[in-house]
Each structure stands twice: as structure tokens, then as C-alpha cells.
Design a binder for this molecule. Sequence first.
Ligand SMILES: Nc1ncnc2c1ncn2[C@@H]1O[C@H](COP(=O)(O)OP(=O)(O)O)[C@@H](O)[C@H]1O
Ligand SMILES: [Mg+2]
Length: 465
Amino acid sequence: MSEDARENDPSKTTPIVPQDQGADGASAPPEGPVSVEETEKRLQDATKGGTNIDTLVGRLVIEQGLATQEEVKHCLEIRRSGEEEDESNQSLMHLLVAREYVTNRQLARLREILEAEREGQKIPGYKILGELGAGAMAKVYKAKQLRLNREVAIKVLPKKYSQNVQFIERFYAEGRAAAQLNHPNIVQAFDVDSTGETYFLVMEYVAGRTVHDDIQEHKRYPEAEAIDIVIQVAEALEHAHAKGLIHRDVKPKNIMISREGVVKLADMGLARAVSDKEAAEAEKGKAFGTPYYISPEQIRGEVDIGPPADIYSLGATLYHMVTGSVPYEGKNPSAVMHKHLKGELAAPDHVNPKLSAGISEVIEMMMARSARKRYRGCTDLLVDLRAIKKGELPPIAHTEVMPEADLASLAAAEAGAGGVGEIPTDASSGGERSISDILLSPLFLVLLAALAASLIWNIVTLILR
Ligand SMILES: Nc1ncnc2c1ncn2[C@@H]1O[C@H](COP(=O)(O)OP(=O)(O)O)[C@@H](O)[C@H]1O
Ligand SMILES: [Mg+2]
């Protein structure tokens, strides 16, 4: 909960600066560097005590190119000879770190590799170099494709999916469709395949960070920077939509930014293999996840999911990027999803008053509850995004959506639904007052009292006459 509180603290507005990544491009292991003791213990657990740890460590560091054969030999000799008193009873791992052949961080990565091997994730033709991250559905590894000698990212799906024929069919179909795409802003899919019961997707490796990483670190993006990123995602989607592919899982974690600053949309087509609701539910307990960005029609399980669904999710992502808060917050995924269907969206420029009215209008049109009221496609969306980039008003959102959006939100507020959501107050509209407001106004009560007094006076004078 305290994380949520930090999340929603509007006073934290640090500009985004590129994160410093590890020298070899793999992001830091999720738990950060660990002690030599802990790594050794994990290795011991992994081998269940059956292997000599020194032999295992020696093999792995050489295999992974962390230390040379000579360096390992040197350390083993120190150990054996006992020539340096303090070091003679230390393990190979300690010696490698003490001699600075290997860093603690590299050892932590070694641990992940070993764990991956233990999980049986040996993929023929590839050498696993480390774990890049784990989502709700799968783990992503950095690997070397041996035959082509290139670095790739491999998404490995949990074995449970291998039982589901329908899933596998869709996984291959979508993989094939994604492989047809070719766009600088889309993470290129190379291959879909399986080994034993493990299904995996091979794709372009992006050394860099995700928008999610940035939000976690700096909370908010400056408006201009957010627009630049979203324009590139909209261009990626425009390309995919033209080829008939809907992403269905646009969210900060699927938007990567390479070290060169190029935006890359990840997981194109992959979401289709799992039902939208299943995907959203799988994010249970995660601070960031699909339910925060999912479109109402996906929640309703509609079959006909089109480009506006991606536009909604991109709108929710942009909302989060520039306000520092997700559009709808809730105790659990179903509470969040309920708000996507029925909740009142706090206007982005109310949450962050520094935002221009233009970007607020664009976000509101992207996130219109009814798909028909959103942008028809990314070509239209790009017209508006490019206009705000130039400091102009968004021509489509400004003329088309505002009156409708206001009517819709007023209607929603009137319908009540028992919520205490704020009713948008439009200073320019003057507004209409309800009968109960008029009946309770002080002026009306004074007039009523005067009328009663004069009535009594008239009756009294009539009787006395
Ligand atoms: N092509 C890639 N190149 C580099 N890192 C990647 C790539 N794809 C995914 N990742 C990393 O792996 C993490 C997990 O990805 P994924 O399983 O798709 O889950 P999610 O998208 O929910 O984070 C991502 O957050 C990202 O940091
Ligand atoms: Mg992903």
C-alpha cells in the first residue's frame, strides 16, 4: 500500500533520464547482487549437494566467458598449495571474487543461468546468457543464437500451456503473423518453436529499459517526452493494424526504449494466444499489470477486438506516464476492471495541472469507454499527437470528443451507480441547477418566509376588520 501512496504523490516530478544499464546489456538481476555465500548456497541447493561446487563454478564461469581457464586454474592452485594462508581454505568462488576475476553481480547472474538449466530450459541451438525478466505468463532470457552468432531474447512459456491444443495453435498462428511485421518500432519476432514440452518465442534482443522501469524510478514523464514515445508506439500499431494484427496487451512493460532511444513495442501478437481475461487475472497481486490498461471490450470478452482496443490501452499508458497514476486504482484486478467499465475517469489535467489541455483531450478520446467514440485508428491518433507535439490544439479530439465526452460523463454522474466520483465541473458551461438546489437556496427560503408572514398579516387584518 505504501508503494501505492508513493505512486500517487503528485509532488514527485523528476524528469526521466536514461538508466545506466549493466555493461553487457542484460538488466540487473531482479534481486540485485547477492553475497558469495548466498550464491554458493543456491548452487549447492541447485545441485542438491551432488556435485563439487568448485567444479561446477569453474565450468560455469569459463562457459559463460566470465573468467579464463588460466584464471580459474590459478585460483585452484592457490587453494591447493595453501601458499597464501588466508586463502587456502576459501572456496573457488571466494577466490575469484577476491582476485576480481568475477564480480558479485556476475555471480548473481550465474545463479540465474544455473536455475534456468535446472528448470530444464536448455534450448537446442541457443546458449542462455541470463534472465531478462519475468512477466505473469513467462520468463524472458537473453541468449546467444549459436548458428548466427547473435544475441536474442527468448520468451519461454510455462509447461502448463503445452497441454492446451487451442493455445498452441494460436501461439503458432500469432507467431507467424508477428513475423510478417517489419517496423523499426516493433520488437522483431524471429521464430516460434518448442523443445520437449517447452514452447518458446525467439525475438530481437533490446538492450535498454521499459517505460515501466522509468515510471517506477521517476514516477512521471515530462509531457513532450511522453508524446515522443507514444508517437513511436502509435506508428508501430498503425503498421500492425494495417496487417490485421491487434496487439491486445499494450502497457508500460511492453514498451521498451533501446539505449539509442528508439522505442520498441514488445510482445506483438503474443497476447492473442491467451484470453484477455485470463491474462488480466494472471497479473493478480502485481503492482503493475494488464488490468490497469485493458480496454472495456476486452474485459467484456467481446470477440471482435479491433484497433480501438489498442488505442484505449495506449491511452491508459499515456495517462500513467504523464500523471504518475494509473487511470483506475482498485484493491484487486476485478475492482480495477469494474472501474474500466463503470468508473469515472479523473481528467489527466486535474491530476497533473501542469499538463496542456490538448494532451488531456487526446487521452480522454483515446480512453472513451465506447470504442466508437475513440479514434478510428492510429492514423487519426497520429494527426492529434503530432499537432500537440508542435504546440497546437489536437484538431480531431478538440472538435469531436469534448461535447460527447462531457455529455457521457454527466449522464454517468446522473445515473449515480452509488459512487461518490467527482462530477466534472466545467467553469464555462454555467451549468443547470436541480429543483432541490433551488428549493434549499437561502434566497428562496427568505421569500417563502416573507410570503407566509404577509399571508398571516392579511388573514389577521381580515379577521380584525
Ligand atoms: N525483446 C526483449 N529484449 C530485452 N528484454 C526483454 C525483451 N522482451 C522482454 N524483456 C524483458 O523481460 C521482462 C518480462 O517480459 P514479459 O514476460 O513479456 O512480461 P511483461 O511484459 O509483463 O513484463 C520485460 O519486462 C522486459 O524487461
Ligand atoms: Mg512483455
